[in-house]
Design a protein around this ligand. Structure first.
Ligand SMILES: Cc1cc2nc3c(=O)[nH]c(=O)nc-3n(C[C@H](O)[C@H](O)[C@H](O)COP(=O)(O)OP(=O)(O)OC[C@H]3O[C@@H](n4cnc5c(N)ncnc54)[C@H](O)[C@@H]3O)c2cc1C
Length: 233
């Protein structure tokens, strides 16, 4: 369906939240296929029931950032398997990986669940939300919060305190976390949100199939750690 852009909230030069004039029955971790006329259709996570938070990395993401209030964009979805909500959780985000975790944090709050957010980005500008209920902020250059990376922090954190861990970020980031979890908390409930090239979004075309045969668009994008090997990340 086509929906109208209600507002483009610029967070930085390359990151914005596109608020739309429609509310989807979406759950945290689910995504939609977004279409800006004349560009490719791309997968973007819901950052709430009525918004998408996008980092410009190429043509289509830039076109999304360039939309204006009143522009029409195509939205197919919600698609995919969401995060499963648990109490006493640790949410770990690298960069734009914060988008679905923002949505998750609101749902956890609404349920009255305890959680801690660890949110790392390159610099203060890319750390787009600084108002989480309970968060540790980390920047690589130390311009906001602790200097370092979210991985450094997790390495030192006592993971025994949490009943569930949710992670979202780039492939390399998730691989580093996977190694830490393997060592420190194998028995925990751990979910990763994965990125792959997604074309159809409904499990038919096969473009996002993992080695184990699971499809990121339909069986994911959220997977439990015990369904994955490190090479799937
Ligand atoms: C389930 C899912 C949810 C996503 N949610 C978000 C979100 O909430 N916000 C957001 O900003 N982005 C999200 N992405 C990533 C987003 O889909 C890509 O950034 C987008 O498709 C790039 O399109 P483009 O035409 O702008 O860039 P392209 O011209 O297609 O690519 C530009 C550069 O980005 C790289 N790239 C493209 N797609 C991906 C990808 N999937 N993973 C890693 N690198 C890629 C390319 O290799 C290239 O170097 C999500 C991806 C998936 C699979």
């Amino acid at each position: 369906m086509f929906v109208r852009v209600a507002k483009v909230e610029k967070h930085s030069k390359d990151i914005a939240t596109i608020h739309i004039n429609a509310r989807f029955n979406a759950l945290p971790g689910q995504f939609a296929m977004l279409y800006v006329p004349e560009y490719e259709e791309i997968p973007i996570s819901f950052s709430s029931e009525s918004s998408f938070t996008v980092k410009a990395v190429g043509e289509t993401t830039r076109a999304l950032l360039d939309t204006k209030r009143g522009s029409l964009i195509g939205v197919r979805g919600p698609f995919g398997r969401p995060f499963r909500l648990k109490n006493n959780a640790l949410l770990i985000a690298g960069g734009i990986g914060i988008a679905p975790l923002r949505f998750l944090s609101y749902r956890l709050l609404r349920k009255g669940y305890n959680f801690q957010v660890v949110y790392g980005a390159k610099n203060a500008e890319e750390l787009i939300w600084k108002d989480f209920y309970n968060a540790v902020y980390i920047t690589e250059n130390g311009t906001y919060g602790i200097k370092g990376t979210a991985v450094d922090f997790v390495e030192k954190e006592s993971l025994e305190r949490y009943s569930a861990i949710y992670s979202c970020g780039k492939s390399e980031f998730l691989k580093k976390l996977y190694r830490i979890f393997e060592e420190k908390s194998k028995s925990k409930f751990i979910e990763f949100s994965l990125e792959r090239y997604i074309r159809c979004g409904i499990g038919v075309c096969g473009s996002c199939v993992l080695e184990n045969g699971m499809r990121v668009c339909k069986d994911g994008p959220v997977f439990n750690m015990n369904e994955l090997t490190i090479d799937d990340l």
